[in-house]
Design a protein around this ligand. Structure first.
Ligand code: NAP
Length: 325
């Protein structure tokens, strides 16, 4: 697999998001089965793995740590601080003492001495991002992190943080059904030489045609709280899936492969991290690397996307208030 650069970090051009293996989309999967899946990804050329302290909470880092311990020098592992869990409730906090505690916990669970890429999961409006950036510079000097990034941060926060200690990557949602980053974020990242890591590149499975208009989601599945997946919106949004299926048929590919190829074609500093818990889908998604969309394909797809209405927000309630800060 070819590599891409996130500023100074070299990673495989597709990364594996490990969240869904233990968190977010229902019950945690069997640990050994997931370790085998991570090893399969490694064998197929993936060297970039994404986790977070809050996934599980905590058990996802432990899983990733166990799976990758023996391959430490061959991989780039990204994790995240900034969301704590108290009484089953998530609290956004970048209290500087808490970040140090989080870091020590992550290093232990991941069985590492140094984190390759350490993201602030969400901006904490109570703590200036400049202070967080200065702490990241200190942790870098201490040899505890190689690089840092921010997730779902607003443009101003990114600029302020980057001016104190350069960011290597920003991780935010970007896909065929969420193209907002094209407006301001991508031009900014390009101008500052910051890499971009789109999460949910398959729209949490929607763009891969995993669901239909009647799909419902268990309470333990994050999608049950996402307005775009509500019944009345899902039916309208299926128009996008029908369009992706048409492209897939035309290109002799699958919908998931179209969604990933479209993202990779946007910019050379983009490295999508898809999530899967299934070995066949892992292969299918990696095989998207053989699908090359031309500039004309991209323009035609984007022109059609502009005419398709997506109903429903991508976050609700408290989750919506935390983004773009
Ligand atoms: N920074 C943040 O705030 C944030 C937020 C969300 C996610 N993330 C990170 O981004 C990673 C990816 O996000 P995501 O899991 O939402 O990504 P995604 O790749 O958009 O969606 C994953 C879903 O798609 C399904 N899927 C995968 N490949 C498929 C295929 N070929 N055909 C049909 N269905 C397919 C998976 O089901 P199966 O498991 O059954 O294949 C799973 O339900 C996460 O693991 C996490 O590391 C970060």
């Amino acid at each position: 697999m070819q590599k891409r650069k996130l500023r100074d970090l070299e990673v495989s051009e597709l990364g594996l998001g490990c969240m869904g293996m233990s968190y977010g989309y229902g019950e945690a999967k069997d640990e050994n089965t997931m370790i085998n899946l991570i090893h399969k990804a490694l064998n197929l050329g993936i060297s970039f793995f994404d986790t977070a302290e809050v996934y599980g909470p905590y058990i996802n880092e432990t899983l990733v740590g166990k799976a990758l311990k023996a391959f430490r020098d061959k991989v780039i592992i990204a994790t995240k601080f900034g969301i704590q869990v108290e009484n089953h409730k998530q609290i956004v906090t970048s209290d500087l003492r808490q970040i140090r505690l989080s870091l020590e916990g992550s290093l232990k669970r991941l069985q590492m001495d140094c984190i390759d890429l350490y993201y602030q999961h969400r901006v904490d409006t109570k703590v200036p991002v400049e202070e967080v950036a200065a702490l990241m510079a200190t942790l870098h000097k201490e040899g505890k992190i190689k690089a840092w990034g921010m997730s779902e941060a607003g443009i101003e926060s990114i600029q302020k943080a980057h001016s104190v200690f350069p960011l290597s990557a920003v991780q935010s949602e970007y896909s065929l059904w969420w193209r907002e980053p094209e407006r301001e974020l991508l031009p900014l990242l390009e101008s500052l030489n910051i890499g971009f890591v789109p999460f949910s590149p398959l729209g949490k499975g929607f763009l891969a045609a995993k669901f239909n208009k009647d799909s419902t989601f268990d309470k333990k599945d994050f999608r049950s709280s996402v307005p775009r997946f509500e019944k009345e919106n899902l039916e309208t949004n299926m128009a996008l899936v029908e369009f992706i299926k048409e492209i897939a048929k035309d290109k002799n590919a699958t919908p998931a492969q179209v969604a990933l190829a479209w993202l990779r074609k946007q910019k050379p500093f983009i490295v999508p991290i898809f999530g899967t818990t299934n070995p066949q889908r892992l292969e299918e998604n990696i095989n998207s690397l053989t699908l090359h969309l031309s500039e004309a394909d991209l323009q035609a797809i984007n022109a059609k996307l502009d005419t398709i209405t997506i109903k429903g927000d991508r976050y609700s309630g408290e989750n919506a208030k935390r983004i773009g800060k």
